[in-house]
Design a protein around this ligand. Sequence first.
Ligand code: GLC
Length: 554
Amino acid sequence: MDGPLGLRNVGSNCSISDLDDFNLSRLLDKPRLNVERQRSFDERSLSELSIGLARAGLDHNDLSSPGARSGLNSPGSSARNSFEPHPMVADAWEALRKSIVYFRGQPVGTIAAVDHQSEEILNYDQVFVRDFVPSALAFLMNGEPDIVKNFLLKTLYLQGWEKRIDRFKLGEGAMPASFKVLHDPVRKTDTLMADFGESAIGRVAPVDSGFWWIILLRAYTKSTGDLSLAETPECQKGMRLILSLCLSEGFDTFPTLLCADGCSMIDRRMGIYGYPIEIQALFFMALRCALSMLKDDAEGKEFIERIVKRLHALSYHMRSYFWLDFQQLNVIYRYKTEEYSHTAVNKFNVIPDSIPEWVFDFMPTRGGYFIGNVSPARMDFRWFVLGNCVAILSSLATPEQSMAIMDLIEARWDELVGEMPLKISYPAIESHEWRIVTGCDPKNTRWSYHNGGSWPVLLWLLTAACIKTGRPQIARRAIELAENRLLKDGWPEYYDGKLGRYIGKQARKYQTWSIAGYLVAKMMLEDPSHLGMISLEEDRHMRPVIKRSSSWTC
Ligand code: GLC
């Protein structure tokens, strides 16, 4: 049956939200798995996927049943929860509210940092799309959706601008990295100013912005049950424009999305050009979210078909070639090179000598992760937290892979969490390699900022991944660490050092997403039903036939 969004409830009367709840409670009691690497995917079961059946994500019922709101409330809202909140929670809400930006009297976003001590403002006085995501989730979880709706509409309006860098016109669908509200006290008018990369340091393209926009539109819809926003012709068009940018045909031989360096949260040269996991995971998640919201009408139909095909190829590619665990590392270590033809085992001609030393020690016997990048003769073995957590949340990772990612985080706790959750990437790049890869960037010296720095904002992603995999105790441990320091240190943007003990050398204080990330983590842990707005259950049609280990109990 088609719902108002043109979404079919395929083969079941059970809405996805019911399934979410069912799976969640099942996952919460599930014993830890003994994960076995599965290298061979059953291609037949994948190729049997029919376009009509593969529409993943939400259905109408799902969208119209808002998840139970959190009882955890901020100062200024009505109900109170039954738990005694940590004293930091009230401070965090106060700081988050101070970061709200208004446009003609309406709240439209949150400023990146409210740091009055910092001499250099740069662009920290702007509303960043990616930075607003944890703020938005905090407001949604607290039953305050208006600011999120206003933000979605304002950024959609900005997408409609003609965007130029020098004499070059940017793609129509590009979403801004950030925007600013200019208040004219004399004329008493507000105007908007946006940055699509044309002012950004290094002129980097915010590829993640459009994906976060789609993901947030789904979170808003799922949390409020308000279908009308996603259904508007404007939102439908906005989604289609973003999708046109990333689904266009080119010279690609892979289904992954080719990107320039600095295209995500890591918005400086850090050697993540090519097919960075951070973008591939967001790409996958945004495609699944768009699929659940696009109307199956004359304009949407074509996109739906393209998305389904791409998801199919992308999940196969990522699960097969980006996945690394002990066994696969051993396979790569023994690779033959210079193989020609479709029978090649070492398809990308990776030279085993290029495997860095650290990865042999880092890899636990049990556990695994999606590596940073895969392209011809180049595997970036670095571990990136955002990509791996989003892979869990979007179900790009199979349940076995999700468990393995969590096993690795536990096994390498000191390296990845240390004294402050959570390393953005591991390990840091040092010496000569740092010179080449970063272009001698003094902000990205080893174990600082994007180069192995620890970012409190990432706590919300870790917590969401922990809840989804039934491992809330890991999140609790991480939150406790953050509670030892964050408020006392004035909510820094990032920490430095191998253990994340030092406040980052150029870190802003009162960094909004550090504050919001903490609140979201707390609220999700107290009411795991919030997870539904930012998580997608596995699409069973995309599931390869996998030999399960005997400890898997369904
Ligand atoms: C830095 C971060 C980027 C963030 C921005 C605003 O540039 O690298 O991810 O969006 O600051 O906080």
